[in-house]
Write a protein that binds this ligand. Structure first.
Ligand SMILES: NC(=O)c1ccc[n+]([C@@H]2O[C@H](COP(=O)([O-])OP(=O)(O)OC[C@H]3O[C@@H](n4cnc5c(N)ncnc54)[C@H](O)[C@@H]3O)[C@@H](O)[C@H]2O)c1
Length: 263
């Protein structure tokens, strides 16, 4: 199956590590050019070097995506080098544990900015380019929007908004033939996940418990498995799929987790 992504340019926010890095790698393998926006220049350079070493192409731009992001400057920096943008993967974010008992309003608002305000900002910033190419948008989202997790109100609210904006933009952008979909992740072992699990009591035991409750094959979702769905949604092969919230989670959200005990 040829995804027809060759020589196309895709913005991937938070593409230097974890799920974003897997998306960038898989895009480069298909001959596309991932344009990574990431907060840490050292991490950006590492992923660029790794993609180049594997024979792919990649560009990186350093930016912290939050309420202070200067989108006009970001637009200028990127479009000076790349006139055409064929898609955006909104992915940057972190489960930052701002809850009712351990948070406050300022931290809650900050969490929203770090996790969803820039989804809006990035799409609005490159909307004209997307209109020209009839590009596609994929929003990475979390199961927390649907299942809750406890102690993470900001992240939960931001992920609810990621899903809502997927539907909202799918409708608003129909006149431009721009498709908008979300890929929901449940449990994927990334640098962020590794840090998060360490904050829990008895992290090794807890990790074992989580893994055993993932219905399909009792294992975590590999970042590449998420990336493959994202690439399909970016490609013209999914040309009549829009406004969909797709779970790449081994059945974690929708299947009866008691089935994991049936052998
Ligand atoms: N790992 C999981 O199990 C899981 C589960 C559900 C949802 N997600 C979602 O997937 C996305 C990626 O998560 P991951 O686990 O790959 O994280 P990660 O921390 O391993 O990688 C994310 C990358 O994005 C960068 N980044 C994060 N916020 C940024 C910001 N505001 N501005 C600029 N750069 C920023 C980080 O520095 C890092 O390089 C997040 O939006 C997260 O909500 C992950």
């Amino acid at each position: 199956m040829d995804l027809q992504l060759k020589n196309k340019n895709f913005i991937v926010t938070g593409g230097a590590k974890g799920i974003g890095a897997a998306i960038a790698f898989e895009l480069a393998k298909e001959g596309a050019l991932p344009i990574i926006i990431g907060r840490n220049q050292h991490d950006n350079e590492n992923i660029q070097t790794a993609i180049h070493a594997a024979g792919g192409q990649c560009a990186t731009f350093e930016a912290e995506l939050n309420e202070r992001t200067d989108y006009a400057a970001l637009h200028q920096r990127i479009t000076t080098q790349f006139k055409e943008i064929h898609g955006i993967v909104n992915n940057a974010g972190a489960n930052d544990g701002v809850g009712l008992k351990n948070g406050n309003i300022d931290l809650f608002v900050k969490s929203i900015h770090k996790n969803v305000t820039h989804y809006f900002g990035t799409v609005q910033c490159f909307l004209n380019e997307l209109i020209q190419t009839k590009g596609a948008i994929v929003n990475i989202s979390s199961k927390v929007a649907e299942t809750g997790q406890g102690g993470t109100s900001g992240y939960a609210a931001a992920n609810g908004a990621r899903n809502a904006l997927t539907r909202e933009w799918a409708v608003e952008l129909i006149p431009y033939a721009i498709r908008v979909n979300a890929v929901v992740v449940a449990e994927s072992f990334t640098p962020l996940y590794q840090e998060w699990i360490k904050t829990l009591p008895a992290p090794d035991e807890t990790l074992k418990k989580i893994i055993s409750s993932i219905p399909f094959e009792n294992r975590m979702t590999k970042p590449e498995e998420i990336a493959h769905m994202v690439l399909f949604l970016l490609s013209k092969l999914s040309s009549h799929t829009t406004g969909q919230i797709i779970h790449v989670d081994g059945g974690y959200v929708h299947l009866d987790r008691a089935i994991t005990h049936i052998k």
